[in-house]
Design a protein around this ligand. Structure first.
Ligand SMILES: O=C(O)c1ccccc1N[C@@H]1O[C@H](COP(=O)(O)O)[C@@H](O)[C@H]1O
Length: 221
């Protein structure tokens, strides 16, 4: 689902501090992610995720991100943090992902790997959308590795977020080049893992909005 969207959705991922969540909302981001993956340097306990959630404005989505967590951990995190959307970034199949009764995004590392849209639809038929990341398949996300444009599946008829190595200086060009439904960023707006930088958050949003304005102007012309 690429095309002339007037507003590229923005997800800031790996938040650990309620103050960062408040600023993200003021900047107009669509979603804030909290990470429960054991391999993440941004991992939070469910109680901390609940504090981030409490700082969110209405209409801003809390995304709970898992990577090969077991069912008990996923259930405990959902019970305490009460996310509205799940993201599975490991080897989870469709049956596991949909088991929790919430919509889900499937995250995939496509570094050096090509996969076609039909395969994604067949393997995760109930996914609300996909997060296409630049890291190697099976590796953890949040790696800062860019996704090669050639590895983005053509004709993906679901919402998809571009992820991997985005920052305030390169996201505008990336949005103009591939017109993703949304963008997802962790490291590019940070001072340190899990500690977001207000200036970088602001500049990131401004860069996406500038690219959107160009696309809207081109559509109207
Ligand atoms: O960010 C993490 O620590 C992480 C760990 C395990 C799975 C996914 C993870 N993050 C996802 O990767 C993208 C891109 O990160 P970055 O911008 O390259 O640092 C991030 O937005 C999450 O969706």
């Amino acid at each position: 689902m690429a095309g002339p969207h007037f507003r590229t959705r923005i997800k800031f991922c790996g938040l650990t501090r309620p103050g960062d969540a408040r600023l993200a909302c003021e900047l107009g981001v669509d979603a804030v992610g909290v990470i429960f993956a054991a391999r993440s340097r941004r991992r939070v306990a469910p109680a901390r995720a609940a504090a981030v959630r409490a700082a969110l404005s209405p209409l801003v989505t809390l995304v709970a991100l898992f990577m090969d967590n077991d069912e008990r951990e996923v259930r405990a995190a959902i019970a305490e943090a009460r996310p509205t959307l799940l993201q599975f970034h490991g080897g989870e199949d469709d049956a596991f992902c949909r088991h929790f009764g919430l919509p889900y995004l499937k995250g995939l590392g496509l570094g050096g790997a090509r996969v076609d849209a039909g395969t994604l639809r067949a393997r995760w038929p109930h996914a609300a959308g996909f997060v296409l990341d630049g890291h190697a398949p099976g590796a953890a996300g949040g790696s800062g590795q860019r996704l090669e444009t050639a590895n983005i599946p053509a004709d993906l008829d679901r919402p998809w977020l571009l992820a991997g190595g985005l920052d305030p200086d390169n996201v505008g060009e990336a949005v103009r080049a591939v017109r993703p439904w949304g963008v997802d960023v962790a490291g590019g707006i940070e001072l340190a893992p899990g500690v977001k930088d207000g200036q970088r958050m602001r500049r990131f949003v401004e860069a996406v909005r500038a690219a959107d304005a160009d696309a809207a102007a081109a559509t109207i012309r």
